[in-house]
Design a binder for this molecule. Structure first.
Ligand code: GLC
Length: 797
């Protein structure tokens, strides 16, 4: 069963059956302000931080699903019938009203046809040029398709939040009396009296015929957003109050002749009446059109950095549109603004952010570099990363801003720094490939010498930061000489402490490989030699101590018991250790083939690869929290999406393109558009996990959008399956594809030049480059061009 389809020309997913069993979400905003919005216009906005500056309110994990939102209602003022432009909240019977939702690149559109009136509401946040404050625009068009004149009232409605998440969810004895509403310059204002200059506005491009600033006045006692009294009665009350729950509700009365269309704009932003007035001027109809065009151009440019044309339609759709889009949203908004994480935690997760920033430097260099610099600052001088930290707190100097000791809990730098006992073994290691990939992209070797402070004390060059991360990991080894797992390795639920983690050992080898590549580019011989020796010793230890005959162990508990062995009854085969054994290059070829065959045999499902199998059923705290998670769910035997691309990379490194594609296809959300009764999640977004075989809901996907699986899927598919990899001194094109492909094409922009790549596969191999032609001349290396367009032909064989 399906609920929608892909409109590739518009780069939209169209939900034409809006009674989806779960919210299908999208993200608005590309800079400071963001909104997460569902297919029925439910959701919330924030400015900079969903924890510290929420703009609109959301009632998480509630019923009705995903309320409230950014709603527009229409009311027929002759007969009193009213409806919303998104199917919810009014929820008209779908055999009476026609609804559609379209999620596009940083905008969402809700369309409705009812009682001879067709209308649409487009939500988007224009890009600012740095001097203005951000605004969300509701662009509403209403058309009279009937043959008589109609009197229609249009209402815009939002419920404001108390900014601080703690204020919004609790401490009502304070917040309900310290926030209020006002009316100024035809705009409803929400004031957070306890914060300096904390104002939000909701305005329209018209003089309102009515307004309400008090939620209870608009909704009415014993009513909800489904039947708000203000809309039902056709009369807003002009309410404002110092205290209570502020909302923004505005009414505009229209008359529409037969065939006539009218347009109404609403603005949600930060500031008082003057700011509302500015928004009105900047985003009049022409200004709104310009801003929407600019947003489209922004995405044309981003997506245009790499476009592919393969024989695989859904792979094209994913890489050219949705997979990149999702990866970009992750880099922009990190993890903590969704319907799952509703701003309750904020800041940057060290490992997640580093991986996000590694995957899309070609199209988002500035934001990736910004994240990397924040992470470098979030590294302790001992070498490990602060697992979860707010860069704003680190960057703040003493005496900055306003402090309210009674109402707003404030993070301070000291309490954010944590000791070794809370360090995760992998966090800072991810930063090394992230840095190196970004420098390969930009070619700016001087970045390695930039000085950046450590989180606790002192500062060092980027190069010194990288060495600190390596030194930390090479020194944290357990009884077998394998790196310790500490509080957790990549797997949050594997809590080995002093036990040893195969995943981290292999990741350390991989990070060292990236470091060594950079050392060679910089001519830093001494470091090259030192870290080559350390790496080789670690590789040898891994091959010896972690090999279990058919596959690699996942590690050892602190007491020395092996995890993930052939002898084990639960948690026998694990994805992390086996994929990373191959990706790192530490496994020899025979081990690599055998361990990835085991992954296929034990972990493959038509929905993707499970993280481990069989799931743990016996509680064992020496392994970790994973043994306390239900079988088939999350880290315990679910199809955890994030490591799936690791298996694609591993198979590509082994030269098995069909196997890589089999794994890719299983996880690809676009492939599951017709199985929504099982998947129950967006078919345009990788989800954090999908229930595994050991769960009754096998195939159900959960936690869309905000997941590292997106960046990794993009990275693995473009760099390893299609094999397009920038290096310090040249571009590599070394694909690993299914044998039945005749080839593919790609346009890749890199360091100011455009590479038009055409790969042909006359002998139908899976891997192996026989010939390269660069601008018609045969070569063994694709050079870095200073600019211009270049034709690259790669013949496999
Ligand atoms: C979640 C976390 C990520 C972790 C993964 C596996 O996705 O955000 O940091 O690596 O779970 O536990």
């Amino acid at each position: 069963m399906r609920y929608g389809y892909f409109d590739d020309a518009a780069r939209e997913y169209v939900i034409d059956r809006v009674d989806v069993p779960v919210s299908m979400t999208n993200y608005l905003g590309t800079q400071r302000m963001g909104t997460v919005i569902s297919h029925s216009a439910g959701g919330y906005s924030w400015l900079d931080s969903p924890q510290h500056h929420r703009i609109t309110r959301f009632r998480p994990n509630g019923v009705p699903m995903d309320w409230p939102g950014h709603y527009v209602y229409l009311r027929d003022d002759e007969n009193g019938k009213y409806w919303s432009l998104s199917w919810q909240p009014t929820g008209l019977p779908l055999n009476e009203a026609r609804y559609e939702a379209r999620h596009g690149m940083s905008y969402s559109r809700f369309l409705c046809d009812y009682q001879g009136i067709s209308a649409e509401q487009t939500l988007f946040i224009p890009r600012e040029d740095g001097t203005e404050d951000p605004v969300e625009i509701f662009d509403v068009r209403i058309r009279n398709n009937s043959d008589r004149e109609r009197a229609i009232s249009v209402y815009g409605y939002v419920e404001f939040s108390f900014h601080e998440i703690d204020m919004d969810n609790q401490n009502f004895q304070m917040s309900l009396y310290a926030a209020g509403s006002h009316y100024e310059k035809d705009a409803v204002l929400c004031e957070l009296h306890y914060e300096p200059n904390a104002w939000q506005f909701f305005a329209g491009n018209f003089v309102p015929d009515g307004f309400d600033g008090v939620r209870e006045a608009f909704i009415g006692a014993y009513h909800t957003e489904r039947d708000p009294q203000g809309v039902a009665s056709g009369r807003l009350t002009g309410s404002t109050e110092l205290g209570g729950n502020p909302c923004g509700a505005l009414q505009k009365k229209l008359t529409l002749k037969p065939g006539e269309e009218k347009r109404v704009l609403f603005y949600l932003g930060t500031g008082r009446g003057d700011a509302a007035e500015q928004a009105r001027q900047r985003y009049d109809e022409a200004g709104t059109d310009r801003a929407f065009e600019e947003l489209r151009r922004f995405w044309d440019d981003k997506l245009g950095q790499l476009q592919v044309k393969t024989p695989h339609e859904n792979m094209n759709r994913s890489l050219n549109i949705w997979n990149f889009y999702q990866s970009e949203v992750n880099v922009l908004f990190s993890r903590f603004s969704s319907f799952i994480e509703v701003g309750g935690r904020t800041g940057l997760g060290y490992r997640d952010t580093a991986q996000d920033a590694m995957c899309i430097p070609h199209a988002e260099p500035d934001m990736c570099m910004k994240r990397i610099c924040q992470l470098l600052h979030g590294q302790m001088s001992q070498g490990y990363g602060l697992h979860l930290f707010d860069p704003a707190v680190l960057e703040k100097t003493e005496g900055d801003g306003f402090k309210s000791p009674t109402v707003i809990p404030e993070a301070d730098k000291k309490s954010m720094l944590h000791g070794l006992k809370d360090a995760c073994a992998d966090d800072a290691l991810w930063l090394i490939p992230a840095i190196v990939e970004n420098v390969r992209e930009s070619g700016d070797l001087s970045f390695f010498d930039r000085e950046i402070p450590f989180a606790d004390e002192g500062k060092g060059t980027v190069w010194e930061h990288m060495k600190a991360a390596l030194d930390f990991s090479y020194s944290q080894v357990g009884a077998h000489g394998v790196t310790k797992g500490l509080r957790a390795d990549w797997n949050d639920c594997l809590n080995l402490g002093g036990g040893e983690s195969a995943m981290v050992a292999f990741l350390l080898v991989w990070a060292t490989n990236h470091f060594l590549d950079a050392a060679r580019a910089l001519g830093r011989k001494e470091d090259e030699e030192k870290y080559t020796a350390l790496k080789e010793r670690m590789e040898e230890t891994c091959r010896e101590k972690l090999w279990d005959g058919k596959w690699f162990l996942r590690g050892f508990t602190a007491a020395g018991a092996p995890i993930g062995s052939q002898a084990a009854r639960e948690g026998k085969v694990h994805m992390e250790s086996n994929t990373w054994a191959v990706i790192s290059g530490a496994a020899d070829r025979e081990q690599g083939l055998s361990c990835m065959d085991s992954v296929d045999e034990w972990l493959y499902t038509p929905w993707g690869l499970m993280l481990n199998a069989p799931s743990f059923v016996t509680l064992d705290d020496s392994i970790g929290f994973v043994t306390r998670v239900y079988p088939g769910v999350k880290e315990n035997g679910a199809i955890f999406s994030h490591p799936n691309p690791w298996a694609w990379v591993a198979e590509c490194m082994l030269g098995r393109g069909s196997r890589a594609m089999k794994f890719y296809d299983a996880l690809l959300p676009e492939n599951q558009n017709d199985q929504m009764e099982i998947r129950q999640a967006e078919p345009y977004s990788y989800c954090q996990f999908i229930m595994g075989k050991d769960h009754t809901a096998h195939g159900r996907a959960r936690h869309p959008f905000m997941t590292g699986s997106s960046g990794w899927a993009y990275y693995a598919a473009t760099r390893y399956m299609l094999g397009i990899r920038p290096g310090f001194e040249g571009l590599t094109v070394d694909p690993c594809i299914p044998a039945d492909w005749d080839g593919f094409e790609a346009v890749r922009k890199w360091r100011g030049a455009e590479y038009r790549i055409r790969v042909t596969n006359p002998e139908h191999v899976e891997k192996g480059v026989k010939k390269i032609l660069a601008d018609g001349r045969e070569t063994d290396k694709i050079p870095v061009y200073a600019g211009g367009i270049h034709e690259i032909e790669v013949v496999l064989g």
